[in-house]
Design a protein around this ligand. Structure first.
Ligand code: ADP
Length: 404
């Protein structure tokens, strides 16, 4: 079975074509600047070099058509005919309380995703455009939606409710949802498999730290608590997002600086985090380099970032009455040994002991970076959200085909 994975944004669309017989990526690419005058299509077939073309792509239906053309292109394509695509899997950011797992796309599912536009105004409408574009181009092909929030739907009420009037939860569904669920789910399964232990037996904290960042407490194989909230702004300090702060700061700053709702939103989401504290960059590589050259602001940004991660690990160890597995993933988590060291240095009281040499190794596979004596196993697990989307899509479509 061949599965096309699509991640549609408002002006971009990323894709991978998987052959599920061996879970290999046949081709991948992206369409950028959709709706602008010169849209860019970048396509790479496995084993061939990347090709790039510029044309006018005004909406997502045309973007998907261009992707399909690339996939069957005689020179750069990887399939002979479009009908070789058996299923399409979409990443959807917000599944609210309606979706606790990945599902086949039906009219009802589309309606539910639309009902969630309020909760994810920047993301869900774009995902719907991706789904409609596939409807138009591949009307016979089953589609599956995989939600960033679904994994966290197992959180108990004490984890997901905010201590504000309950009417706001009942009326507007204001609560913690959590994000990066696909990644947390994927790395937890990979880590347990690597340790050759049942996932259900582990008390795990997974740290997905990239541009966006979140920590999740995983108990009995399920999300028990997670640091992102109703939106992906809460929790850890991120590239350009503030993470946790006293909510009273918001009206105070709005008042003092005469800011509108959208301005303060933009400040917290786009002009805070590493970027704001370093005054230099939201990119951890640049922060680390500057810090090593003695830049004091970069050092402060790095220290604050690491401190927040450490605090959440400690909090989640308390929440689960223990921790035996700690996982680092995503751009910073997978690549920055110096950040991992800074986080773990203050956690020896929990039985976390990093092995310097293992931590400094540059590898791309799953690995343990704690010492043999460390009570908590610390792992680096490369995330692969697209593969999990492809797997869920494959399984759901298979079940559908087998059901009478
Ligand atoms: P996104 O949340 O956009 O998916 P990624 O998971 O790709 O982000 O992570 C991007 C972040 O990872 C950037 O801050 C980047 O600087 C950081 N990163 C990537 N490689 C390294 C590295 N070798 N050392 C430190 N940080 C790195």
């Amino acid at each position: 079975m061949k599965v096309l994975v699509i991640n549609a944004g408002s002006s971009s669309l990323k894709y991978q074509l998987y052959d599920m017989t061996n879970e290999s990526v046949l081709a991948s690419g992206r369409v950028e600047r959709i709706g602008m005058d010169s849209s860019i299509v970048t396509h790479e077939a496995s084993g061939k070099s990347e090709v790039r073309s510029v044309s006018e792509i005004l909406e997502h239906t045309t973007a998907v058509r261009r992707v399909l053309e690339m996939l069957v292109d005689p020179h750069n394509g990887v399939i002979d005919v479009i009908s070789e695509i058996d299923a399409v899997g979409h990443r959807v950011v917000h599944g609210g309380e309606a979706f606790k797992q990945s599902v086949l796309v039906t009219q009802d599912v589309k309606l539910e995703i639309r009902n969630l536009f309020d909760l994810a105004p920047l993301h869900n409408p774009a995902h719907m455009m991706g789904i409609s574009a596939v409807d138009t181009n591949l009307p016979e092909v089953p589609q599956v939606v995989v939600f960033d929030t679904a994994f966290h739907q197992t959180m108990p009420r004490e984890s997901y409710l905010y201590a504000i009037p309950m009417v706001l939860y009942r009326r507007h569904k204001v609560r913690r949802y959590g994000f990066h669920g696909t990644s947390h789910a994927y790395v937890s399964v990979q880590a347990a498999a690597y340790l050759q232990q049942p996932l259900e037996s582990l008390k795990m904290v997974s740290c997905h730290i990239g541009n966006g960042a979140s920590c999740t407490a995983i108990l009995d194989g399920k999300s028990f608590d997670t640091s992102m909230g109703m939106t992906p702004l809460e929790g850890l300090m991120m590239g350009t997002r503030s993470g946790d702060l006293d909510p009273a700061v918001v009206p105070f700053v709005m008042n003092k600086e005469d800011l509108s709702v959208s301005e303060v939103n933009s400040m917290l989401n786009k002009h805070s985090g590493l970027q704001a504290i370093s005054g230099l960059s939201s990119d951890m590589r640049e922060i680390t380099e500057a810090m090593q050259e003695g830049d004091k602001h970069a050092q402060l940004a790095f220290d604050m970032y690491a401190y927040r991660v450490r605090k959440y690990i400690g909090a989640y160890a308390a929440a689960m009455n223990g921790i035996d597995t700690l996982v680092f993933t995503a751009g910073v988590g997978e690549n920055s040994s110096i950040l991992r060291k800074a986080v773990c240095e203050g956690l020896t009281f929990l039985g976390i002991e990093l092995d310097e040499e293992r931590n400094n190794e540059r590898r791309k596979d799953v690995r343990i970076i704690s010492t043999d004596a460390s009570r908590v196993k610390v792992l680096v697990v490369p995330t692969n959200e697209e593969l999990l989307i492809a797997r869920d899509t494959f399984e759901i479509v298979q079940q559908q085909l087998q059901s009478p």
